[in-house]
Design a protein around this ligand. Structure first.
Ligand SMILES: NC(=O)C1=CN([C@@H]2O[C@H](COP(=O)(O)OP(=O)(O)OC[C@H]3O[C@@H](n4cnc5c(N)ncnc54)[C@H](O)[C@@H]3O)[C@@H](O)[C@H]2O)C=CC1
Ligand SMILES: NCCCC(=O)O
Length: 486
């Protein structure tokens, strides 16, 4: 144990518990004070009392945390980054147990959590205000202040990454946090709590409450929560936004997608094939930004499809912990059935292609697809790539944008002019040129249209996690105009 800044403990040894309890409040794991009925995964259901307790804990921790300098907060986040890197294998294995994704992917995800903590730890001292000179020597000072207690709600596909993308910038900016993970993946948010505590983050700054939708709803409606940051489905996102509107809370939403991946006839074919695999089959296809509408120019459609199918057949589906597994297990049975249902409906509507059963679904490439099919219009959230053939640039841009979503997209071409021309027409928060599904922490990520509100990552979140306070300083006399006659 080493003591550090301002009398705070800077570092405790990192000790991760193997089992529950699964709530994390005031710097330690704890059972709910009022257990209700158990819910179907592994944690005890927690409700209003737990949310209240966690928010109280975050509120109590706010004055001390927000009074640290950015550099002091940043050092603790950097230390959390170091702990994650040192324990990357252990934490990645927890993520595999929780999600069923293959271990090689979990290592990338957990590595990205360390990156985010490092980035926002580094940024924290640079979050400063403004000095605005005004007439007669008067001036304004614009302070950048935290919002207060942030409520985060996450999905199950990238459990720890989703959490860290919210928590790292929020804490860097002096806020405190209450996080509700998806009921399907309760584990690694609590591990993050242990990492942060070991890194010297004060007790109560980061708290975790487990639960289903009801716990999320309580958090959204809690009067002491100043901001909501949500990742998940569009219908739930809409409810979170409505709750935010009721309480006049700032809201960031990271929702679904049905993104286009466009392959022109002059594309470097091997890169386009590799990117199509990355854009469809990572995390068993359960990725919001996936490029599931694969538009291929007619002149290369046959060759592209043959090569994609052959590459897809080479994927190894199986034990997510095995080093040579490339595709793991679907999150749960109900979701696997939902994905299979899309395949049935696609075949009924004329598509050709298959996918095999169990929770270990083999990735599918569908051909003979058209724009009106259910599988082409709705977010499947499974390993199902639909190939759509196009003839002209104008046609593909129009079809690419014919969706309520707008999270991402990609253009594959060797023609630099066409790449930029088409990319600029795509209505989406991220457009990759000649690559797919890259999310460096320093680059903003988020959606147009129904895909969300606001952005995560990059420096744009400074606005999302702070508010300004303007101090106007008068250096002369008050000018009351005709209101005041001497
Ligand atoms: N954008 C993305 O990254 C994700 C999109 N999805 C999409 O959503 C579909 C369903 O996945 P789910 O995990 O069931 O998503 P969901 O939107 O139902 O749940 C996401 C989170 O919101 C919580 N929640 C549910 N009702 C709530 C409410 N009224 N107020 C506050 N929080 C609430 C859940 O407990 C969970 O933590 C997927 O099939 C996929 O299409 C799912 C996961 C991630
Ligand atoms: N890690 C990728 C971000 C996209 C998603 O949450 O699905």
């Amino acid at each position: 144990m080493a003591s550090g800044l301002g009398g705070q403990v800077l570092r405790r040894s990192f000790q991760r518990s193997v089992g529950g309890p699964w709530n994390y409040v005031g710097g330690r794991r704890c059972d709910p004070t009022h257990a209700t009925a158990p819910f179907k995964v592994m944690a005890p259901a927690t409700g209003r009392e737990e949310v209240d307790r966690a928010v109280r804990s975050a509120k109590d921790a706010l004055p001390a945390w927000s009074k640290l300098s950015g550099r002091e907060r940043g050092q603790k986040l950097m230390e959390a980054c170091r702990i994650i890197r040192e324990n990357l294998e252990d934490i990645s294995r927890l993520e595999v147990q929780d999600t069923g994704k293959p271990i090689w992917e979990a290592r990338v995800d957990i590595g990205s959590c360390a990156d985010a903590l490092e980035y926002y730890g580094g940024l924290a001292p640079a979050i400063v205000g403004q000095h605005i000179p005004l007439s007669g020597g008067s001036f304004a000072m614009v302070q950048r202040r935290p919002l207060g207690v942030v409520g985060g709600i996450g999905a199950w596909n990238f459990p720890m990454q989703t959490c860290v993308w919210k928590v790292a910038p929020a804490l860097a900016h002096g806020n405190t946090f209450v996080y509700k993970p998806s009921q399907f993946t309760p584990v690694t948010a609590v591990t993050l709590g242990e990492v942060l505590t070991s890194a010297g983050v004060m007790d109560g700054v980061f708290n975790v409450v487990q639960g289903e939708g009801e716990a999320g709803e309580h958090l959204c409606h809690h009067p002491d929560v100043a901001k909501l940051s949500f990742t998940g489905s569009v219908p739930t996102g809409s409810k979170v936004m409505a709750a935010g509107a009721g309480g006049i809370k700032a809201v960031t939403l990271e929702l679904g997608g049905k993104s286009p991946l466009i392959v022109f006839e002059d594309a470097q074919l091997e890169n386009a094939i590799k990117a199509t695999l990355v854009a469809n089959f990572l995390s068993q296809g359960q990725v919001c930004s996936n490029g599931t509408r694969v538009f291929v120019h007619r002149s290369i459609a046959k060759t592209f499809t043959e090569r994609l199918v052959s590459a897809t057949r080479a994927l190894k589906i199986g034990d997510p912990m095995a080093e040579d597994t490339t595709v793991g297990a679907t999150i749960h049975e109900e979701h696997a059935r939902k994905v299979l249902g899309y395949l049935t409906s696609a075949r009924e509507e004329g598509a050709v292609g298959d996918l095999e059963g169990g929770w270990y679904l083999s990735p599918a490439v569908l051909t003979n697809c058209h724009d009106d099919m259910k599988v082409v219009r709705e977010e499947v959230f499974g390993s199902v790539a639909a190939i759509l053939v196009f003839d002209s640039e104008e046609e593909v841009v129009r079809k690419a944008n014919d969706t309520l979503f707008g999270l991402a997209g990609a253009v594959f071409t060797r023609d630099l002019n066409r790449a930029h021309r088409v990319a600029n027409e795509i209505e989406a928060g991220t457009v990759w040129i000649n690559n797919y599904n890259l999310y460096p922490t320093e680059v903003p990520f988020g959606g147009y249209k129904h895909s969300g509100v606001g952005r995560e990552n990059g420096t744009t979140v400074v606005e999302a996690f702070t508010q300004t306070r303007t101090l106007y300083v008068e250096m002369g006399d008050v000018d009351a105009g005709p209101l005041y006659v001497e």
